[in-house]
Ligand binder design. Structure first.
Ligand code: NDP
Length: 315
């Protein structure tokens, strides 16, 4: 598509989760006049969760979508220029860096902060989509607490699933864990911990057929792929932990990433392999993935950008 408009900005922020908005708050206060493009899901992953109880400063908890409205309002009040639009292509070959929004609008920026996040992978069942937020969740640390004293299920067999199963086992009576093969992908130590936990029940060679419930999750129907046998297990919560996908596709020709596509940052900083391009939040973090850690890394990115622009005489 042809470029129909172009604009030069000082500091461009791509993404509107806790990392992007926090970067915008700090960058605005440092007079970097940030322009933030929100992407296709303004507010990011928190807009598809319900109650958030672990973000400091909200003693009574807060709904995820409401919290993201607060983040946005705060960034706007500080002066950030917040716009709807999706970054679709970049060219980081030289300063100023080029970012195309919605294919045809070119933004040139002295510094770029990438905070495009990650997306949870889902099984793809109709019932999983319908009951999302009504017992179905992709984050045990966020939502496990609501199932205290209840029976839950989790699907997945990587380190995340193992960690989340262990987390849930401390809150719930029984954790039914569905593994699609006859072995787990998780590290040995995590596998051993899971297998040693008495209230985690592992089902090998198991696929999830359906999550059952009208308005809330009531049970799950699973199938043993070796024997073809199906069974229905009553559960109040169903956790999907089959991996995340970082939203980093448009940067792959420019930035160093790990094999899963997470952008690599220099330890203790938000710096990528290209100076003046910074990454914050889940797009560079496959381990912690919390709103508060994303916000913290957004702050780091704004401070790194400010320092960079100062050193280059661009600010
Ligand atoms: P992974 O990609 O490592 O694991 C995903 C798991 O989900 C696999 O076991 C996979 O099965 C299973 N799976 C995928 N699709 C389906 C499906 N449709 N139905 C059923 N099961 C499915 O993702 P993780 O999020 O666990 O981990 C991502 C990375 O982060 C890894 O490198 C991990 O080591 C790291 N990590 C490290 C932590 C730590 O160090 N504390 C904590 C969390 C993550 P299969 O094995 O058959 O492919």
């Amino acid at each position: 598509m042809e470029t129909t408009a172009s604009e030069k900005v000082h500091c461009l922020i791509i993404g509107s989760g806790p990392a992007g908005y926090t970067a915008a708050i700090y960058a605005s206060r440092a007079n970097l006049k940030p322009v933030l493009y929100q992407g296709i899901q303004p507010g990011g992953q928190l807009t598809i969760t319900t109650e958030v109880e672990n973000y400091p400063g909200y003693p009574d908890g807060v709904q995820g979508p409401d919290m993201m409205v607060h983040f946005e309002k705060q960034a706007a009040r500080m002066g950030a220029d917040i716009r709807f639009g999706l970054a679709t292509k970049v060219d980081f070959s030289q300063q100023p860096y080029k970012v195309w929004v919605d294919d045809d609008k070119l933004i040139e920026a002295d510094a770029v902060i990438i905070a495009t996040g990650a997306s949870a992978k889902w099984l793809g069942l109709e019932s999983e989509q319908r009951l999302n937020g009504f017992g179905v969740s992709a984050c045990a640390v966020c939502d496990g607490f609501f199932f205290k004293g209840k029976e839950v299920a989790i699907v997945g067999a990587g380190d995340t699933a193992a960690e989340e199963a262990l987390y849930l086992s401390k809150l719930c009576t029984t954790v039914h864990m569905f593994v699609r093969r006859d072995e787990m992908r998780a590290s040995k130590v995590m596998q051993e911990r899971v297998q040693r936990t008495p209230n985690i029940k592992i089902y090998w060679n198991t696929s999830t057929e359906e999550i059952i419930g009208e308005k809330k999750t009531e049970a799950v129907r699973i199938k043993n792929t070796k024997t073809g046998e199906t069974q229905t297990i009553p559960v109040s919560g169903f956790f999907v932990a089959i991996g995340h996908e970082p939203n980093s596709g448009i940067f792959k020709d420019w930035l160093t990433m790990d094999e899963a596509g997470y952008i690599k940052t220099q330890p203790g900083t938000s710096k990528t392999n290209i100076e003046g391009v910074f990454a914050a939040g889940d797009v560079q973090d496959k381990i912690y993935r919390q709103a508060v850690t994303a916000a913290g890394s957004g702050c780091m990115a704004a401070l790194d950008a400010e320092r960079y622009l100062g050193e280059k005489g661009l600010h």
